[in-house]
Design a protein around this ligand. Structure first.
Ligand SMILES: *Cc1c(COP(=O)(O)O)cnc(C)c1O
Length: 354
């Protein structure tokens, strides 16, 4: 039997990939370089042993939602949790995008927004960012009247640029977007402000968060949204039953008991980010001040791809964005441990002085 063709629209798409090379210093996927505290892991093991494994998990993940809600000072009925914030985005797009609807992104931004939107069958439209990769407030009215998107994505801090969008701009987007606004805050704890406080029953706004970065729990695949109750109700009806396993529900609630540890890891990473930015100032690179746990930079007089592969040869893997639209020659480095950061900076200086 010949290989069955998949949907015509999917055949035209390119899969999402990030180079996985085995090297000692991996600074390419924006994970935390630090594991969660040992007390967390020990206690989690204990609680997992007590799970009634023959039974389905709590379908509404009520304890986890309540714990997340408390951490944001919102109601449990304003929170929905999923298998990574990517599943949250997919569920939102299945409900509010899909065939015949439009999804707007401000490029360059996180590629999975457009990718997941297309998988749901939606048409993706995009608007370019303005100076320094900021969304241009003066062009919003025109963008919205041209495209009339059903869903608009804002990513703040934006991946891969690290730029934090101004609160004024995000408010203007919420006020003028014709449909749902999704603010992806995967890196919010590294930034100066959050749109969670703007969530309100009268606004078609959701803010998505992940345990993958600040919480040092990329392996768990857990994320959530904070939004109006009416939206959470709709999403509950769209998602697969029992999608969130019992172990993950426990892990997510337990992690929140270690918020102080998370905050001190974030402070360390922000301090390292400041150090790398000042080191960049003395190197022949341009960079964009970051509000996240990574920095986008561009070698001034060397090919980005060449710098990337020379770094791989020295055992340092970063993200090659040099061929992405709007990011010619750009590279993105995740903040690692102080040792990893020093190795990266030393290797980069050598590569650039060849
Ligand atoms: C890393 C990242 C995510 C995280 O997705 P998960 O599925 O929760 O791991 C979401 N959005 C952006 C912009 C990211 O960079």
């Amino acid at each position: 039997m010949p290989r069955l063709p998949i949907r015509d629209d999917l055949q035209k798409m390119q899969g999402y990939h990030s180079a996985q090379v085995t090297v000692p210093v991996r600074l390419n996927t924006n994970e935390s370089p630090y594991p969660p505290p040992a007390e967390f892991t020990t206690e989690l093991g204990r609680r997992i042993a007590d799970i009634a494994w023959n039974r389905y998990p709590d379908r509404t993940a009520s304890a986890l939602r309540a714990a997340i809600a408390r951490s944001h000072g919102v109601g449990a009925d304003q929170v929905f949790a999923g298998n990574g914030s990517n599943e949250i985005l997919q569920t939102l797009l299945l409900a509010y995008a899909g065939a015949g609807r439009k999804v707007l992104t401000f490029e360059p931004t996180y590629q999975l927004h457009a990718h997941i939107a297309r998988i749901t069958g939606a048409e993706v439209v995009s608007a370019p960012r303005g100076n320094d990769f900021r969304i241009d407030q003066s062009k919003l009215a025109e963008v919205f009247s041209t495209h009339s998107p059903d869903v608009t994505f804002v990513c703040s801090p934006n991946n891969p640029t690290g730029v934090v969008e101004d609160e004024k701009t995000v408010r203007a987007i919420i006020d003028s977007a014709p449909g749902l606004v999704i603010v992806d805050e995967a890196y919010a704890q590294f930034a100066s402000w959050s749109a969670v406080d703007l969530v309100d029953e009268s606004r078609a706004l959701v803010v998505t968060r992940t345990y993958s970065k600040t919480w040092s729990m990329a392996a768990a695949r857990l994320g959530y949204l904070v939004g109006p109750k009416w939206l959470v109700d709709e999403i509950d009806a769209v998602v697969l039953p029992y999608h969130l396993d019992a172990a993950k529900q426990i892990a997510g609630a337990l992690a929140l008991e270690f918020t102080n540890d998370m905050n001190s890891r974030v402070r360390e990473i922000v301090a390292s980010r400041d150090q790398i930015e000042s080191a960049f100032s003395a190197l022949p690179v341009d960079f964009w001040p970051s509000g996240a746990n990574f920095i986008l930079f561009r070698p001034r007089s060397m090919d980005g791809r060449k710098v990337w592969s020379d770094l791989v040869e020295k055992g340092v893997l970063i993200r090659d964005c040099s061929s992405w639209p709007g990011l010619t020659n750009c590279l993105r480095v995740t903040i690692g441990t102080p040792e990893e950061n020093n190795l990266f900076l030393k290797s980069l200086a050598e590569v650039l002085s060849q």
